[in-house]
Ligand binder design. Structure first.
Ligand code: NAD
Ligand code: TYD
Length: 337
């Protein structure tokens, strides 16, 4: 059996990847290490409790006593665990530095003494490039992160590279664009706007709504990671982009259309500080390995809206019963305009 460690596997992309990996690789045994922060949901992996090829470990990547033995036993590490929400990083950045930078350091340091390790995937993000007014970011472009989340991820991204350059830890760095799909915590724009619209609540659109993001279905992301585990070159970085660039306003309209809700639900609110105007990725390097996204955006968005409509039992307890969620929402969305 191939021993695989997935950090942050109880979160959005991580839980999709764990399911994908167990389905695609009957010879993989997957250990998920997750701290279960507000964004980590044990229920995202509950259906795997009876699967003898999956084990859940509740713990912190920044705690070497827990994390190091797991890394040292692994052949493949896929490191998703992070604080991930830009708006939260703007309210308070400490946990982003602690988990995204220091936690990554703990894993990498353990990886120096992992005798069977053949691939350590550092999940980075397109946000490390900063705002891209025109053209598309290539892997060799300068990093200009502009918010604390993006900067913490850039720190981890380069730290991972340094462990390849200095110690030959077999690091592969991936920079994906905005993901969408099932099980995304309802604070990012897609699940927040879908669940607000279902409840006939206003959709708080930042600034003029014309910022552009490139949407990648989480399944296409998982397939790209699978390919890079098999064929990515250590020390190299790969962009992963969906090729679906739309403004936030257009995205919002498409969500409202699908739920048959009126445009009057759109509520322009104060802009995010330092709001990156546009992200765009050149994905030629990954495509040269044979990957292309399979999920058409219109179809993927419809399926995602349908997933939230059909799985209220997943998101309603977060929105209704979680005091932490309501406190965050009130703090974030009652700022002066
Ligand atoms: P998420 O917020 O849904 O999940 C993060 C997971 O990490 C949670 O399960 C959480 O409990 C866990 N975690 C946080 N701190 C931890 C710690 N100290 N120790 C152990 N576990 C911890 O995030 P996501 O959207 O699934 O993102 C996963 C990764 O992909 C992140 O590294 C993120 O930067 C990157 N990424 C995300 C996107 C996107 O659009 N969501 C795009 C590009 C890259
Ligand atoms: P988000 O989902 O937070 O992802 P990221 O900041 O990582 O791109 O935001 C996506 C876009 O949606 C971004 O341009 C900010 C915008 N946005 C809003 O307009 N309103 C919101 O309430 C949120 C959460 C995001």
């Amino acid at each position: 059996m191939v021993e695989v460690l997935v950090t942050g596997g109880a979160g959005f992309i991580g839980s999709n990847f764990v399911h994908h990996a167990l389905d695609a690789h009957p010879d993989w045994r997957v250990t998920t290490l997750d701290k279960l922060t507000y964004a980590g949901r044990r229920e995202n992996l509950q259906d795997l409790d009876a699967n003898s090829r999956h084990r859940f470990v509740h713990g912190d990547i920044a705690d070497p006593a827990v994390a190091a033995p797991l890394v040292r036993a692994a052949e493949i590490v896929v490191h998703f665990a992070a604080e991930t929400h830009v708006d939260r990083s703007l309210l308070s950045a400490g946990e982003f530095i602690r988990t995204d930078v220091h936690g990554t350091f703990v894993l990498l340091d353990a990886a120096r003494e992992a005798p069977r390790l053949r691939c350590f995937v550092q999940i980075s993000t397109d946000e490390v490039y900063g705002s891209v007014p025109e053209g598309a970011s290539r892997e060799t472009d300068e990093l200009r992160p502009r918010n604390p989340y993006a900067a913490s991820k850039a720190g981890a991204d380069r730290l991972a590279y340094s462990y390849w350059a200095s110690y030959r830890v077999p690091v592969v760095i991936t920079r994906a664009s905005n993901n969408y799909g099932p099980r995304q915590y309802p604070e990012k724009i897609v699940p927040l706007f879908i669940t607000n619209a279902i409840d006939d609540q206003p959709l708080p659109l930042y600034g003029d709504g014309l910022n552009v993001r490139d949407w990648l279905h989480v399944d296409d992301h998982c397939r790209a990671l699978d390919l890079l585990i098999a064929r990515g070159r250590p020390g190299e970085t790969y962009n992963i982009g969906g090729g679906n660039a739309v403004t936030n306003l257009e995205l919002t309209r498409r969500i409202l259309d699908r739920l048959d809700r009126p445009a009057s639900l759109i509520r322009p609110v104060a802009d995010r500080p330092g709001h990156d105007r546009r992200y765009s990725l050149d994905t030629a390097k990954l495509r040269a390995l044979g990957w292309e996204p399979r999920t058409d955006f219109e179809t993927g968005l419809s399926a995602t809206v349908a997933w939230y409509a059909n799985n209220e039992s997943w998101w309603r307890p977060i929105r209704k019963d979680s005091e932490a969620y309501r406190a965050y929402y009130a703090r974030q969305y009652t700022r002066p305009g």
